[in-house]
Design a protein around this ligand. Structure first.
Ligand code: GRG
Length: 304
């Protein structure tokens, strides 16, 4: 746990950043209510406005800042596009055909409120809407057309077959089987790591960062993404529904996790190792910014 001044500093910082992300998601919700029928816009707004940590958009803005970008609501709109992809993935992940979850972020999952059919459709509507939201944001502060297209392509690549969807597919296929360590690392890298890493790269690209900085941000994001997912596995194995706001279910679904493969102690050591690798990559980024370091610590110290 981060204690003392650093801890309270980070809490205040995260609260302020979450608020700015929230404002962007609210702007998105107002837009989507005008664009789509209520049957799909209601579950979208319910899901998007839920109490998440907003880690991905916060990382995107952080990377933008350390790359020399000037903060404005537009960068938060770009960052929110990653959260929109994350939101759709949670909506679909909780459906009966996947994790069949009743509870998420301390309240009923979207399909328990709006029904399976509407949530399935709402999630599908949300995927292209996320790209459009990113493109709309970029239009306001970047004039370089090829760079804008590259950033939107990055988002879609991370969300797609070589990233989140591909990872989830492998995850579903491997339920009840025992994966080899390399296979599990690959699954985690795709399912969770790709979007987290891309949040950072998108932020750097939006600030027109040099390739060397982008490479360092990518490497940092790679290790941070793995540390984040291992911690997710650990929380699922060791924490409670009350604390997590969702029902721990990895064992129920016979999922391959770092805990199922290495045990709680082994997984904790590996998470620490990944975190140290992330901090190492961060030290190669030649900027004076304490927040990315504190966020890296937070990824392992978090209680949910
Ligand atoms: C059709 C195969 C197929 C896939 C569709 C459902 C889906 C796409 C992907 C699922 C990806 C997924 C749920 C990955 C898990 C990522 C993860 C660790 C989520 C928890 O993230 P947090 O802790 O959650 O950031 P909050 O609530 O804080 O936002």
């Amino acid at each position: 746990m981060l204690t003392g001044r650093m801890g309270s500093d980070l809490e205040g910082f995260l609260a302020a950043e979450k608020n700015k992300v929230h404002n962007s998601l609210f702007r998105f919700s107002e837009w989507i209510k005008k664009e789509l029928p209520a049957r799909v816009s209601r579950p979208i707004c319910y899901s998007v406005m839920g109490e998440g940590k907003r880690l991905r958009p916060i990382l995107c803005v952080m990377a933008y800042r350390v790359s020399g970008g000037r903060l404005s609501p537009d960068i938060y709109d770009l960052a929110a596009s990653v959260e929109l992809i994350h939101s759709y993935s949670l909506m679909h992940d909780d459906l009966p055909c996947m994790d069949d979850a009743d509870l998420r972020r301390g309240r009923a999952t979207p399909h328990r409120v709006y029904g399976e059919e509407d949530v399935l459709q709402a999630g599908a509507f949300l995927i292209p809407a996320a790209s459009l939201w990113a493109a709309r944001a970029l239009k306001k502060f970047l004039s370089n057309g090829p760079l804008k297209r590259k950033i939107v392509r990055k988002l879609n690549t991370a969300a797609g077959a070589c990233g989140m969807v591909g990872g989830q597919y492998l995850d579903l296929l491997s339920e009840g089987e025992i994966l080899a360590p390399k296979q599990l690392e690959n699954l985690h890298r795709m399912k969770t790591g790709a979007l987290l890493k891309t949040s950072l790269t998108m932020g750097g690209m939006a600030a027109n960062a040099e390739q060397e900085l982008l490479d360092n941000l990518e490497e940092f994001g790679h290790w941070l993404g793995l540390a984040f997912q291992i911690k997710d596995d650990l929380l699922d194995a060791t924490s409670s529904t009350e604390n997590l706001g969702k029902i721990p279910s990895d064992r129920i679904h016979s999922k391959n996790t770092y805990v199922s493969l290495y045990g709680v102690e082994g997984a904790s050591m590996m998470a620490e190792e990944m975190k140290n690798k992330a901090l190492d990559s961060l030290s190669r980024i030649d900027v004076d910014d304490k927040w990315l370091t504190l966020l890296t610590e937070y990824v392992l110290d978090r209680k949910k």
